[in-house]
Design a protein around this ligand. Structure first.
Ligand code: AGP
Length: 604
């Protein structure tokens, strides 16, 4: 969490920093600040709250200069106050922005001579520690300070004696450097630099960058490292709101297009299979995979649960899905016959990254399914697949979920075709996948209708979501979407599990959203809905077009086009995303930046 931006070049830096902070605000928005160096003097402005508040505070202020650093904070150490906001400045001479946690800040404090602290943060301790190591060479100061630090960091420092230099270091928190014409950008992800350059290099753990008229990257042994430059092909327009009220709505509507990007070049209709390049396994090796483990958090885990149904049904491979945060701290049984998929939109989620390392250590074959190009998980897993959802900026994940699901379905089909899935089934599935984006479009056209329904449900304090089979993860995802952006308590349940406890919660004050599409569990699902209606619950039903019978158990109903059962989550989740969105808007919530959350959770 926390977003870092820095720039050194010929342009006025303040507008670049402010726009960069807006682009990174999804990473945290408790407070924000900028520091600009000009004429040997560092000027800093910080403010509690979102970047807009900082921007208002800056109105009328002149912060000229062509070098600066900025930060948007998600608080870990110390409360949400201006004193705790970054950048931190030591002695008026050195500014620092930091993402991560310094675990041994208490020990460091003992070694630091300057005992005057304005904040309660570990970052200020880090700043003073680096400053104490400074003897005229800023890169050397950082190099000398880092061995004394325990914890995680992505940091950038700027010193009044070095008017054209930024020094950055990374251990555990991402940093990308954008290379322009006689100018450099540095940020927690590539979004702030996309309007200016597509040429980017990513710092790896243990690397230090000296950025002035040239970019030099060192490792902790002080060796200069030559790095690959990645050309980022994300269209800048895709990272903008494109006329939508906010990013979440835009990203929900993006799904019909980006879904096609997830399929592009990965379909072999003739053979009725998928061509997924990222496994780096021969067909023989693929046949030998005995078990699949899927590790992820939140929405990515829900996509993983859909993957489990697909791997077991199409490929007959036992598949487990785990929370990354749990996987690490139990004794998971992983060996060379286990294929481990780690799924992450950001590619930076600390729990998932650590779980991936643990799975590797235990000898599993680890593959990433990731959205952000060049992110840590993508690089560390080495092999795997990008989901091609494009920049997802709203905290609530929508299009990434859809594309993760698509990639898992394609993998399942590829494994299935090497085993018992028939050519006809493979071709039918691919044909159905190709028809999905048009069907998504039909659902999105019901946006206004769903908005009206959301208004009926917005004042309830608790809402249950139920689904069965492949729609159980859909119920989980519908509940997560609603609670994270509306703050209404919501729970996703397997329809069959209701009567084993949760049914006690049901009353006229607790409505139920149920997924009742036409599949093999239709009748069972209908019984579950009848159980809740008998207890007075209002029901919103997601049903298949043409199913008149579904109206019998519905107060409100949303009809969706029919597709193959395994593919249903790709459609059935969309009305739930729109439902959550409209409830949240009706309640006046900040949809893109819900309280207490951040887009990528880079701390444990
Ligand atoms: C989704 O809406 C959430 N905000 C969250 O659960 C998210 O899916 C989770 O933190 C995992 O993130 P990742 O995909 O970037 O790893």
């Amino acid at each position: 969490m926390c977003g870092i931006v820095g720039y050194v070049g010929n342009k006025q830096v303040l507008p670049i920093l402010l726009q960069g902070l807006r682009d990174l605000e999804y990473r945290g928005y408790d407070s924000a600040g900028v520091a600009v160096l000009d004429n040997g003097k560092i000027d800093r402005v910080r403010e509690v709250g979102k970047v807009d508040k900082l921007s208002q505070k800056l109105e009328g202020k002149k912060l000229p200069g062509t070098i600066g650093v900025a930060h948007t904070r998600w608080a870990t150490h110390g409360g949400v106050t201006e004193f705790n906001a970054h950048p931190h400045i030591v002695d008026g001479r050195m500014a620092i922005v930091h993402n991560g946690i310094i675990e041994n800040y208490r020990e460091l404090k003992e070694k630091i001579q300057d005992k005057n602290y304005e904040s309660q943060t570990d970052t200020e301790v880090l700043a003073k520690w680096i400053y104490q190591n400074y003897k005229g060479d800023l890169v050397q100061a950082v190099k000398d300070a880092l061995p004394g630090i325990r914890g995680t960091y992505g940091l950038v420092v700027m010193h009044a004696d070095h008017p054209h230099q930024l020094v950055a270091a990374r251990l555990g928190s991402p940093l990308a450097v954008g290379i322009g014409e006689n100018e450099f950008y540095i940020a927690s992800d590539v979004t702030p630099m996309l309007p200016f350059t597509k040429r980017v290099t990513f710092l790896d753990d243990g690397e230090i960058a000296s950025i002035n008229s040239e970019l030099k990257i060192f490792n902790l042994r002080n060796e200069v490292i030559s790095k690959n430059i990645t050309e980022i092909d994300w269209d800048q327009a895709k990272a903008q709101k494109g006329g939508f009220e906010n990013f979440m709505l835009k990203e929900i509507f993006d799904q019909k297009e980006v879904f096609e990007d997830a399929l592009r070049g990965r379909i072999d209709m003739e053979e009725g299979t998928a061509k997924m390049g990222g496994l780096n396994l021969t067909e023989e090796e693929m046949r030998k995979v005995k078990r699949i483990m899927i590790i992820a958090e939140g929405t990515a885990r829900h996509a993983g649960l859909i993957g489990k149904y697909a791997f077991e049904r199409l490929a007959n491979i036992p598949t487990e899905v785990d929370f990354s945060s749990e996987f690490r701290y139990r004794d998971p049984i992983v060996n060379k016959d286990t294929l481990v998929f780690v799924i992450s939109q950001s590619g930076e989620t600390a729990d998932t990254l650590m779980a991936a390392r643990e799975a590797k250590r235990k000898g599993g074959q680890v593959r990433g399914i990731v959205n952000v190009v060049g992110s840590t998980i993508a690089r560390e897993t080495g092999a795997g697949t990008y989901i091609h959802a494009g920049p997802e900026l709203a905290v609530a994940s929508t299009k990434a979920y859809t594309n993760m699901t698509a990639v898992l379905l394609l993998y399942a089909l590829q494994f299935g075709r090497l085993k018992h899935t028939s050519l006809a089934t493979g071709q039918r599935m691919l044909q159905s996948l190709l028809e999905i984006s048009e069907k998504m479009n039909e659902i999105l056209k019901q946006n206004e209708e769903i908005k009206k329904i959301a208004n009926i449900y917005k004042d309830y304090k608790n809402i249950l979501f139920i689904g069965r089979g492949v729609n159980y993860p859909v119920a989980l995802e519908g509940a997560l979407k609603l609670e994270e952006i509306s703050y209404i308590h919501a729970e996703g349940l397997a329809g069959g599990a209701l009567k084993h406890g949760p049914l006690a919660l049901v009353s006229k004050d607790v409505p139920v959203v149920a997924i009742l599409t036409k599949n093999q569990l239709y009748e069972k699902m209908k019984s579950s809905i009848q159980e809740v209606r008998a207890r007075g619950a209002r029901t919103l039903i997601i049903a298949t077009q043409g199913d008149e019978e579904a109206k019998e158990v519905a107060d409100e109903i949303i009809y969706l086009p029919k597709t193959m059962e395994l593919l249903e989550p790709l459609l059935n989740t969309i009305p739930l995303q729109l439902f959550a969105y409209h409830v949240s808007v009706a309640l006046g919530r900040d949809v893109d930046r819900p309280r207490n959350l951040a887009k990528s959770v880079t701390v444990e």
